[in-house]
Design a protein around this ligand. Structure first.
Ligand SMILES: O[C@H]1[C@H](O)[C@@H](O)[C@H](O)[C@@H](O)[C@@H]1O
Ligand code: NA
Length: 673
């Protein structure tokens, strides 16, 4: 056994010149991929920019699913949870495997058939009225702030702070600027391809670090044996603080006295997870961009397989970090912890950064910095994009129906700023949360807000009888209950390990996973009761909008309407992605409404300087030749139904793979159960 090296004073704490070189190479690579995909895709049309989307094959879709999902919060959080409490939290990742498959096989066919672009839009179509859509839009934005943006920024900052010893807020501002720069330079059109590159970098870096940490700890068996003894030298006397859990290597833990009770994992974990993978814009948007349903399923499969890895490449190294740097990572005395990492609650979230700085040679540290930035940026760009889409499309437009494209574009940008500011303000709460386990913070907040939404989507998709009133009141009641619990959680923080638990009984005795189960049930009851007590939706109201009606024959009139609607949505998304498409004339992009006017505005663009057209190109605003009648800008009405068709051979391949993937998942879950 190798003796655990205590952090020697001479150990490197900042980056070397080689590291900086590696970082620069990384940025150039991402830029190159960005440019390459800008040349590849024609972004000037709906078909080009967004539906270029609709031309994605399985591998970029899968990689992008993974990259958007795994953020810096996961690297820091999963490793931190591993260090603090063993492998339990990996259940979230493996649960996600099942959900991403569910998306491809069950939910996506319905979304494709309904021809929607945003998820609140689906609710609007399915239930009619506006209030459910509005409610959902506002809620999504809150969830993004509380569980995604602030968390990823905080995690990225923790890492940079440890690596470069910078102030955490300075680090946040820096990260944000880098992300903004990347969004402009790489272009949003390139997001999916750059995501693929980011995935490759994340995997390469994480696997290298995994190798180093296993070698250092002395291999697999050493990890299993030494973890239980990773007890810090300073502890609060007569307490269990700082002692590793007995069930550290089990996922399914005691239903009453553990940190992740197993019955809660079954339903309580699946409901928020279903929100994340099957009904949230950030993820679903990626699958919608696939060329065919088979490719979307292939993407789900790739994403699913990739999600096996964080266990080995992030969580186990986090546990190794506790073994190697026990006194720091597992510190159990508030005073001491505060000295070590600035957080009296604990320092387990520093596990990953610690490994990077102590174990890796110069050069590889730079690579890991790139990995962290890749993880962060690949999540933030998708979240920013989806949230500004939702804000402008589902909220702003409802209140200002005559808003110009120009206005929408400005609003979308400003809104991202607001999001960022609010998220930064939220960081102290994230920092102080949940026994210092970032991952548990993310998941418990998710638990209070997401289950009601999942229930609405499940019932909307699979129970034709669900109506608007049921859905709306289900959401209202479910979220009120959820918010109460969330508030209580902030008012009464979880006690430190040596403190008496004197919180109200709902907090003390009802684990958040059990709460999630109850919340889902309450919402279900409300939706069902209210729906049954009120009028049944007419068949034409739910045509193409549920599992059972997804294959309904197309009724020309209604369908043309829906295609037009989604094209309008796409147009706004495009206009948001323009970085400098200020030209007023040029902002008229309604190919389906008025082709003539459109082509005349195009010719006026033509008269602009070369510089301008270069800029336009950069932003995906290529001009079309005058009079060129581009049939693809106005998709044929049958398209959205046709796209449910799959080639039999491909279908067999993806289905066979589904079985393999499910078996692999069942095996690993069983093995670590
Ligand atoms: O990566 C996980 C994902 O696999 C889960 O399904 C989701 O519920 C979590 O919030 C997310 O962090
Ligand atoms: Na990411």
């Amino acid at each position: 056994m190798t003796p655990s090296p205590s952090p020697s004073p001479g150990s490197p704490t900042t980056l070397d010149t080689v590291d900086i070189v590696v970082l620069v190479v990384y940025f150039l690579l991402i830029l190159a991929v960005g440019f390459w995909s800008m040349f590849r895709t024609k972004r000037s049309t709906v078909d080009g920019y967004f539906l270029a989307g609709k031309n994605m094959t399985w591998w970029p879709v899968g990689a992008s699913l993974f990259a958007s999902n795994i953020g810096s919060g996961h690297f820091i959080g999963l490793a931190g949870s591993g260090a603090a409490a063993g492998i339990g939290a990996i259940a979230y990742e493996w649960n996600g495997i099942l959900m991403v498959l569910l998306l491809g096989w069950i939910f996506l066919p319905i979304y494709i058939a309904s021809g929607v672009t945003t998820m609140p839009e689906y609710l609007q179509k399915r239930f009619g009225g506006r209030r459910t859509q509005l409610f959902m839009a506002v809620l999504s934005l809150f969830i993004y702030i509380f569980t995604k943006i602030s968390v990823d920024m905080y995690a990225g900052a923790v890492f940079i702070q440890l690596a470069l010893q910078w102030d955490i807020y300075l680090a946040v501002v820096l990260l944000l600027s880098v992300t903004a720069l990347y969004t402009v330079a790489g272009g949003l059109a390139a997001v999916i391809y750059t995501d693929a590159a980011q995935t490759a970098i994340m995997l390469a870096g994480a696997l290298i670090l995994m190798g180093f940490s296993f070698v250092e700890v002395g291999g697999w068996n050493a990890l299993m044996e030494r973890y239980a003894n990773a007890i810090p030298s300073v502890r609060v006397p007569n307490s269990t603080c700082g002692i590793p859990r007995d069930d550290a290597f089990h996922i399914f833990r005691d239903p009453v006295n553990s940190d992740l009770p197993w019955p809660g994992i079954i339903i309580g974990m699946s409901m928020p997870s279903m929100w994340y993978w099957c009904s949230d814009q950030v993820i679903v948007q990626r699958s919608l961009s696939a060329k065919t349903l088979s490719h979307a399923k292939g993407g789900s499969l790739l994403g699913a397989y990739l999600k096996v890895l964080p266990f080995f490449a992030v969580m186990l190294p986090g546990m190794i970090s506790r073994i190697l740097y026990t006194d720091d990572v597992a510190c159990a005395d508030p005073e001491l912890c505060k000295q070590i990492c600035g957080n009296p609650v604990g320092c387990s979230d520093t596990a990953y950064a610690k490994l990077v700085m102590e174990l890796l040679p110069a050069g590889l540290r730079g690579l890991m910095m790139a990995v962290m930035i890749a993880a962060l940026m690949s999540s933030l760009t998708s979240i920013f994009n989806s949230s500004s889409t939702i804000f402008t499309m589902d909220l702003w437009k409802t209140f200002r129906s005559h808003a110009s494209e120009w206005e929408l574009m400005i609003v979308g940008r400003m809104f991202v700023l607001v999001l960022v500011v609010v998220s930064v303000l939220w960081i102290p709460v994230v920092q102080a949360s949940q026994g210092g386990q970032l991952f548990i913070y993310i998941q418990s907040i998710s638990t209070y807000l997401q289950p009601p939404v999942s229930i609405i989507f499940v019932l909307g998709c699979f129970w034709k009888r669900t109506n608007e009133k049921g859905a709306f009141w289900g959401l209202v009641v479910g979220l009120s209950v959820g918010c109460i619990r969330m508030l209580l959680d902030f008012i009464y923080p979880a006690p430190l390990c040596y403190e008496e638990d004197d919180r109200p009984a709902v907090l003390k005795y009802v684990h958040y996973l059990y709460f999630s189960t109850m919340l889902s049930f309450i919402t279900l009851v409300v939706v069902v009761t209210v729906s049954l007590a009120t009028e049944e939706p007419k068949p034409e109201q739910i045509s193409h909008l549920t599992w059972f009606t997804r294959l309904d024959p197309v009724e020309p009139k209604e369908h043309v309407f829906s295609v037009e609607q989604s094209i309008r949505t796409l147009e706004v998304i495009i206009s948001q992605s323009e970085e400098i498409g200020e030209d007023k004339e040029n902002s008229n992009k309604e190919p389906c409404h008025d082709r003539k006017e459109n082509s005349s505005s195009m010719s006026s663009v033509q008269s602009q300087s070369r510089l301008m057209s270069a800029l336009y190109w950069l932003c995906g605003m290529e001009r079309r030749k005058e009079g060129e009648n581009n049939p693809v800008t106005c998709p044929a009405p049958e398209q959205s139904v046709c796209s449910l068709e799959e080639k039999p051979l491909l279908q067999h391949i993806v289905n066979a793979n589904l079985i393999i993937c499910l078996s692999v998942t069942a095996f690993i879950i069983g093995y670590w159960g």
